[in-house]
Design a protein around this ligand. Structure first.
Ligand code: TTP
Ligand code: MG
Ligand code: MG
Length: 372
């Protein structure tokens, strides 16, 4: 199986656990198994205030999905359904056990999120896609027997195609895309199937007559330059053609997540600063959601007009929501400007830290090797 350059293609497996949080809850309580199970992030404001974090496939058959309000899920589901609060620590423990098992099968493994890993298995299977399929079956079998968990595995020459293959084969599925089939596999798919292409970008692409990955792959990156910039455009075109060759690098758990902006003008007006920080806060929360990590601490970082940096931090109690974070930031900023009656702020940032580990090894080398 040689590609044009004479280099044997890599073999990458992408593993994603099925309805992960809800599945762990089912394992804890087998009586829930045939009922709709919904794991919720309660905001604490009222009995059904908050959002759905994970729903089993029974609940999904009623239209319940991650991200919808709990109150809507309550309306959609029969009264026998189970609504359970998130238990991150428990899911983290399961995640670590999953990653430990997967590590046994990989040359290199990257923990992508609490319930996902990509694995380079090229050496492990000698570049052979038939052996890769056997290996994936064995992984699924052991996950089931030793952890009681169902998962879906995609196998392909690169991480992006492997992830798409897994996404399309859920639940309890498996899909192998051999190198010669990559183009025909991707070509008919909607552009939104490509990780990182959201509604907005899909709409913009549609405006250019591009709906499928095949159409995207045939574009010159310059044609997209105005929409996404040249760098992202060439990335998208290559990804759509199945030509990305991402190195699967080991990576430890994230230690901090931050965003900093330069304010439109120097100010000590807390409302003004908050207004400008709002999009950054949204992006950070979105990032945590994607990676399914949760921070224990929230902090602010400001730089004054005379370039002095100042930081403040506090511990978050209870679940993270944009409202609670916004309030915490408001309080920190208010205290800060009260403490320092003369300062004017030039740059302002938000920093989350103290993450609950999203699986994987947490050794010193993991922290130092790939996390400068
Ligand atoms: P996903 O893998 O996206 O979802 P899932 O495992 O529940 O379902 P699927 O079978 O489709 O893979 O996310 C993994 C976990 O991350 C999920 O169980 C709960 C959490 N999560 C949230 O809390 N909020 C969200 O919006 C999403 C998408 C996931
Ligand atoms: Mg999942
Ligand atoms: Mg996932």
């Amino acid at each position: 199986m040689e590609s044009e350059g004479g280099v044997a293609p890599r073999v990458v497996a992408f593993v994603d656990l099925d309805y992960f949080f809800a599945q762990v809850e089912e394992i804890q309580r087998p009586d829930l198994r045939d009922k709709p199970v919904v794991v919720c992030v309660y905001s604490g404001r009222g009995p059904t205030s908050g959002v759905v974090s994970s729903a089993n496939y029974v609940a999904r058959s009623y239209g319940v999905r991650a991200g919808i309000p709990i109150s809507r899920a309550v309306r959609l589901l029969p009264p026998t359904s189970a609504f359970l609060p998130v238990r991150m620590q428990l899911y983290s423990e399961f995640s670590s056990r999953v990653m430990t098992l997967l590590r046994e099968y990989s040359d290199r493994l990257r923990v992508e999120s609490i319930d996902e890993a990509s694995m380079d298995i090229t050496g492990r299977v000698g570049g052979d896609y038939v052996r890769a399929e056997t290996l994936a079956r064995e992984i699924k079998e052991r996950m089931r027997q030793e952890l009681g968990l169902k998962c879906t595995i995609g196998i392909a020459p690169n991480r992006t195609v492997a992830k798409i293959a897994a996404d399309l084969s859920k639940p309890d599925g498996m899909k192998v895309v051999i190198p010669s089939q990559v183009r025909s596999f991707l070509s008919p798919l909607d552009v939104e199937k490509l990780p990182g292409v959201g509604r907005k970008l899909a709409k913009a692409l549609e405006g250019l007559g591009v709906r499928t990955l095949g159409q995207l792959a045939r574009l010159q990156p310059e044609a997209l330059e105005e929409v996404v910039g040249l760098k992202r455009a060439s990335y998208l075109v290559r990804a759509a053609a199945g030509n990305l060759d991402e190195i699967i690098s080991e990576r430890g758990p994230r230690k901090q997540l931050s965003r900093i902006i330069t304010l439109k003008m120097d100010t000590r007006d807390v409302d003004e600063i908050l207004e400008q920080l709002k999009p950054s806060l949204g992006q950070l929360i979105e990032k945590m959601r994607e990676g399914m990590t949760m921070a224990r601490n929230i902090g602010i970082y400001v730089v004054t007009e005379d370039l002095q940096p100042i930081t403040r931090q506090r511990t978050i109690s209870g679940p993270i929501s944009s409202d609670t974070c916004y309030e915490a930031i408001r309080r920190m900023l208010t205290e800060l400007v009260a403490d320092k009656p003369t300062i004017r702020i030039r740059r302002a940032g938000i920093r989350f830290s103290g993450f609950i580990a999203a699986g994987g090894q947490q050794t010193l080398t993991d922290f130092t090797a790939d996390n400068p």
